[in-house]
Design a protein around this ligand. Structure first.
Ligand code: 5GP
Ligand code: ZN
Length: 114
């Protein structure tokens, strides 16, 4: 999608600190980290938010979770645990309208969220 910052990152048109990439997804470090480890995983295909997941694109979401499990092992955060966050819409705190999964790690997180 034109003018979508995460589509541009997915296409390599905007530089980012990429930690994993394949034909379907990209994982890159968040520019404004909220934890010692904070990266985002996005599908290269434009999906606006969790509201737009359907039978045709859900394989991308399951693939994102497989990639997260693999990266968690590689980054040695799997055992201690981590937080996966997918903000949806205004009340959910979504600021970039291209679905993304935050992975935050290397510190303890509280619950409930603010
Ligand atoms: P949201 O608030 O939509 O759940 O999260 C958007 C996230 O994207 C924020 O944590 C923000 O720091 C990050 N972000 C926004 N623009 C960029 C960018 O151009 N590069 C990177 N690496 N992260 C970005
Ligand atoms: Zn997009």
């Amino acid at each position: 999608m034109e003018d979508c910052i995460f589509c541009k990152i997915g296409k390599g048109q905007i530089s980012s600190d990429i930690i994993y990439e394949d034909d379907k997804v990209v994982a890159f470090n968040d520019v404004n980290p909220q934890a010692p480890i904070h990266f985002l995983v996005i599908p290269k295909e434009h999906i606006e938010s969790a509201n737009n997941i359907n039978n045709n694109n859900c394989h991308l979401i399951s693939h994102i979770y497989i990639v997260i499990a693999r990266l968690a092992k590689e980054l040695e955060i799997a055992e201690d645990g981590y937080r996966i966050v997918n903000n949806c819409g205004e009340f959910g705190g979504q600021t970039v309208p291209h679905i993304h999964f935050h992975v935050l790690a290397d510190r303890k997180f509280s619950w409930p969220p603010g």
